[in-house]
Design a protein around this ligand. Structure first.
Ligand SMILES: C[S@@+](CC[C@H](N)C(=O)[O-])C[C@H]1O[C@@H](n2cnc3c(N)ncnc32)[C@H](O)[C@@H]1O
Length: 273
């Protein structure tokens, strides 16, 4: 049976999506590591083929929107580095490979935080592939529901350095008070000029594929998850300045049919004072 908890299997889904995209001629990104993650995960589900079939079904359902989302976040990371940010923290990094595939400069320090099971799954695969990050990369096996900040600091995170924080699909799995506590911790660790990017896409909670995802992960019975109904307002309350970027505008240059037609669906880019 898989070594990964269900919530972490969602990161396998994103890796499968990146692998599929990488094989296209008109690809939005190339991830040479994603296929190996997918293969290893599939092998670990050998005795649970029906669960693996569910993962593949969810990959099909989420492919178009998610791959555009990954590319949008790639571009936001490049923009932040070009703007001079040299410290990056990926909260719930999953099987993210930006430290390897974006050509980030050596001066950048990138921290990946995820649960120990995810780290134990991911790191041996990267070692076996001989993957070398282009920037500094530190992996922190920690549960964001616990006291993770000291671990980050021990691992070399600098509180005096403006940081890019990425929330890409993790806080929505945490109960509201836990998700907000993560942000309170981030705020306490954050130097002026830092950015926090939240994948606060409004989703159609009633849509069948979202219902199936919640059922798969087991969060169907927890209605209050994530940062709340108005994450931007909440971020402003705790001292961040926020900018809203409409999803349809972010995705338009990608040339894929992922427009939502909803001007209120988008991403929040928050800047610390
Ligand atoms: C949907 S995946 C997103 C992964 C990655 N950010 C991406 O976009 O590919 C959610 C990730 O959050 C992680 N996660 C969920 N709950 C967590 C927790 N309490 N602490 C740390 N990581 C957690 C999972 O292990 C998983 O890797």
């Amino acid at each position: 049976m898989s070594v990964l908890p269900k919530v972490s299997t969602t990161a396998v889904g994103v890796a499968l999506i990146r692998a599929r995209e990488s094989e296209r001629e008109d690809r939005l990104l190339n991830d040479p590591y994603a296929r190996a993650f997918g293969d290893a995960a599939r092998a670990s589900f050998a005795e649970a083929p029906e669960t693996w079939a569910k993962v593949e079904q969810l990959v099909d359902a989420f492919y178009e929107g998610r791959i555009a989302g990954v590319r949008v976040f790639d571009d936001l990371v490049r923009d932040a580095v070009e703007a001079g940010l040299t410290q990056i923290v990926l909260l719930g990094a999953g099987l993210d490979t930006r430290a390897f595939r974006l050509g980030l400069p050596a001066a950048v320090r990138l921290f990946e935080v995820d649960v120990p099971e995810m780290v134990s799954f991911k790191e041996p695969i990267l070692r076996e592939l001989g993957a070398e990050p282009t920037c500094g990369r530190t992996v922190i096996a920690a549960d964001l529901r616990e006291d993770w900040a000291p671990r980050l600091i021990e691992a070399g995170f600098r509180r005096d350095v403006p940081t890019l924080w990425l929330e890409e699909g993790v806080l929505g799995y945490l109960p509201r008070e836990r998700a907000q506590a993560v942000l309170t911790t981030v705020t306490g660790l954050t130097a002026a000029g830092s950015r926090f990017i939240a994948g606060a896409l409004k989703v159609d909670e009633k849509a069948e594929h979202y219902r199936q995802l919640r059922e798969f992960v087991g969060t169907e019975a927890q209605p209050s998850r994530g940062l709340g109904p108005d994450p931007a307002a909440w971020l402003r309350e705790i001292g961040w300045a926020t900018e809203f970027h409409a999803w349809d505008e972010l995705a338009a240059p990608l040339g894929r049919t992922v427009a939502t037609g909803d001007p209120d669906t988008g991403l929040i880019v928050a800047t610390s004072p």
